[in-house]
Design a protein around this ligand. Structure first.
Ligand code: BGP
Length: 479
């Protein structure tokens, strides 16, 4: 007997800017990622104000889901997906974020996508904002640093809710909102992007600006959630946290405390606000010590209390360690680096692989909040090379996913209410951190390469057939 619920939402996840392409088609405006060049692990991508002739902007074509969605969703259905997590590209709906009326052609595109999902019995799970801010809002308001964005976001949400009310039930307000607590994330959440390395917009990344921008997002999220609860009782709304589990490197009490503070700031703070509906007490000291004075408007605290989410979602790829000792070895990672854990191996991109950490993390989250949880990103970014038979035999990816699903099953046995699992980049897409195609996550290979070439054809990897069996057995058959 499977330990997972009968209605467990198996599926996969993507984000509009990383796979749709068609960046200026049917009235779409330019978003922040449209200004990002390609890069690699060693050569950071750049963000440019104007489009440089000769530079490659991977979001412009990406894998062209915009014109391949029927074929792609049919492949997801063939794997047995129950759900498909994707995001809506804000600039398809409001090209500069401020138009009086939404762009009908953009809205119609997502009608086609959701209808196609429904035809295949796939439940859409929609991220409303996944690093896809209209570029015009960065120029005009310094991105989320501007309070104006709250109302613009809420208006955008209202349009989506009304248009798709019969097609979409599950919504996530902001992807990885906690990245706003990290230096990298601040750049990203203010509207630029990781890999920013040149002057383009006047972004002042002080703690003050960063946490103020985050406050605006909390208020925007809570307003959208409260509005949806009032008008669309059938909706379920979730938060989304980039969970970077960390451990104390040693049992030195100073390390235990340093790790606790890291966990609070990086992982717990945002969900404490979004699930419990108020700023946690530990942030008061942090703000005082870092010179942060939040500007709150009357009613903000009330709206935070009112707009709490129904379920908790996270991305989980890796873990790292924290120490107060200076002789430890550093390691990179998703958004946030840390110290090397001698018990773990890392991916080619330096992300330390830690399946057991997922079980630990799910238990911690459930103990804290007691609401259903969904793992909406997880996976191994790896270089896929075709074998002599012309196929991708990605046993390394299967191993990674198998171990993580096995640990999810343990967490369920431990009592965690887990509602679904959507591994990241279920079809190969552009990497968020490096802008590469070479860092692939998919069950489906896409013939598209870092230099922009490739015929965009799709092929099933070994992991495609493996995941099909996993879903058919509701997570029992992991062989
Ligand atoms: C998460 C983002 C995704 C995704 C993923 C993998 O942080 O939500 O957008 O890209 O990480 O990261 P990368 O593409 O850098 O390998």
């Amino acid at each position: 007997m499977s330990v997972f619920r009968d209605d467990f939402l198996w599926g996969g996840a993507c984000a509009a800017n990383q796979f749709e392409g068609a960046w200026d088609v049917d009235g779409k405006g330019d978003s922040v990622p449209d200004h990002c060049t390609n890069g690699s692990n060693t050569n950071p991508k750049r963000i440019t104000v104007d489009f440089e002739p000769g530079a490659l902007y991977p979001s412009h074509e990406a894998i062209d889901f915009y014109h391949h969605y029927e074929e792609d969703i049919a492949l997801f259905a063939e794997m047995g997906f129950k759900t498909f997590r994707t995001s809506i590209n804000w600039t398809r709906i409001f090209p500069t974020g401020e138009e009086a009326e939404p762009n009908e052609k953009g809205l119609a595109f997502y009608d086609r996508v959701f209808d196609c999902c429904k035809k295949h019995g796939i439940e859409p799970l929609v991220t409303i904002s996944h690093y896809e801010l209209p570029y015009a809002l960065v120029k005009k308001y310094n991105g989320w640093a501007g309070r104006e964005l709250v109302d613009l976001y809420v208006r955008y949400c209202k349009v989506l809710f009304e248009r798709y009310k019969d097609k979409v039930k599950y919504w996530l307000t902001f992807n990885e909102i906690n990245c706003g607590t990290m230096n990298m994330g601040a750049i990203l959440e203010l509207g630029a992007c990781q890999g920013y390395n040149g002057p383009c917009v006047d972004i002042k990344i002080s703690d003050q600006v960063r946490f103020q921008a985050l406050h605006h997002q909390f208020v925007a999220s809570a307003k959208a959630v409260a509005y949806a609860h009032e008008h669309y009782p059938q909706f379920k709304l979730g938060n989304m946290i980039c969970f970077i589990t960390s451990y104390p490197l040693t049992c030195d009490p100073a390390d235990i405390l340093a790790n606790q503070s890291r966990m609070q700031l990086s992982n717990w703070f945002c969900s404490d606000v979004q699930v419990r509906g108020e700023y946690p007490a530990y942030m008061r000291r942090y703000f005082a010590e870092h010179g942060v004075q939040l500007q709150m408007e009357p009613g903000d605290e009330e709206i935070l209390r009112k707009g709490t989410v129904d379920f908790y979602t996270l991305s989980y790829y890796m873990s790292n360690c924290v120490t107060t000792h200076d002789d430890a070895e550093e390691i990179g990672g998703n958004m946030l680096g840390g110290m090397k854990n001698p018990y773990l191996k890392a991916s080619d991109w330096g992300w330390q692989i830690d399946p057991m950490g997922l079980r630990y993390t799910l238990k911690e989250i459930y103990d804290r909040y007691r609401i259903p949880i969904m793992v909406v990103e997880n996976g191994l970014g790896a270089k896929d090379v075709k074998d002599a038979d012309g196929k991708i035999h990605d046993s390394y990816r299967i191993d990674y996913l198998r171990q993580h699903i096995a640990q999810m099953a343990e967490a369920v046995k431990d009592g965690v209410d887990l509602m679904g699992y959507t591994p990241w980049g279920c079809i190969d897409l552009v990497s968020a951190s490096t802008g590469e195609m070479a860092k692939r996550y998919g069950f489906i290979y896409v013939n598209k390469f870092d230099d922009g070439t490739g015929d965009l054809s799709r092929e099933r990897k070994d992991s495609f057939y493996w995941y099909q069996k996993v879903i058919a057995s509701n997570g029992e058959d992991l062989d």
